[in-house]
Design a protein around this ligand. Structure first.
Ligand SMILES: CC(C)(COP(=O)(O)OP(=O)(O)OC[C@H]1O[C@@H](n2cnc3c(N)ncnc32)[C@H](O)[C@@H]1OP(=O)(O)O)[C@@H](O)C(=O)NCCC(=O)NCCS
Length: 173
């Protein structure tokens, strides 16, 4: 879908979240999910947050190993697309921990950023965590990924732990 058409359409941009649907990813869609994960992350601000800020020109070399290794990393975790009509405009991955729901990955398509889709995903995960009887939402974010940190802070996440390259953030629910 063309975002310009969407902007001109009947639904105002403010209402974009009302038109979103969360769809669990089927096994047959795993590789296409991993490919989109790669592509959304590779189009992040401040260069790529895929490779700790390394040049995007290195990305084609890492494409295949990256999407295959995601298959191992996301094995037994739940993958979800966020769809606007038929288009995947966002994605996320969840893992259940003993008392927390952990967001292993979260990304939004570059042309759909700043419409509140990441916030919508966090609200969805929060509702699910509550239903599962968890006490916290948790995630990790790279120190260089200041855009994502703003989203999480705005949503109420607090720093739980500091690692060399990243922070572990947590939000009570
Ligand atoms: C980070 C990311 C997920 C944000 O998604 P998004 O849908 O644009 O975020 P939202 O629209 O819900 O943003 C909510 C608020 O966070 C802040 N924010 C979001 N992106 C920002 C940016 N690039 N710069 C500054 N503030 C930002 C704003 O306060 C925003 O509210 P506003 O638009 O009303 O000002 C998206 O940019 C992305 O996919 N980046 C690449 C992958 C990635 O970094 N994932 C996170 C891994 S931990």
């Amino acid at each position: 879908m063309d975002i310009k058409k969407f902007q001109k359409g009947a639904i105002a941009l403010k209402d974009i979240r009302r038109s979103l649907l969360v769809k669990p990813v089927r096994k047959s869609e795993h590789l296409s999910f991993n490919w989109r994960e790669f592509s959304f992350f590779n189009n992040s601000e401040h260069g790529s947050v895929l490779f700790f800020g390394s040049s995007r020109s290195l990305a084609p070399l890492a494409f295949l190993p990256y999407i295959l290794s995601l298959e191992l990393i996301f094995f037994r975790r739940k993958r979800y697309f966020v769809k606007l009509k038929q288009q995947a405009v966002g994605l996320f991955v969840l893992r259940e921990k003993h008392d927390a729901l952990y967001i292993s990955s979260l990304a939004v398509a570059p042309e759909f950023r700043r419409f509140g889709i990441a916030t919508y995903i966090l609200s969805y995960a929060e509702k699910l965590a509550r239903r599962l009887g968890k006490q916290r939402l948790e995630l990790s974010v790279l120190k260089l990924n200041t855009a994502a940190q703003r989203v999480y802070r705005k949503f109420g996440f607090m720093k739980k732990e500091e690692k060399k390259w990243s922070y572990v953030l947590s939000r009570k629910i």
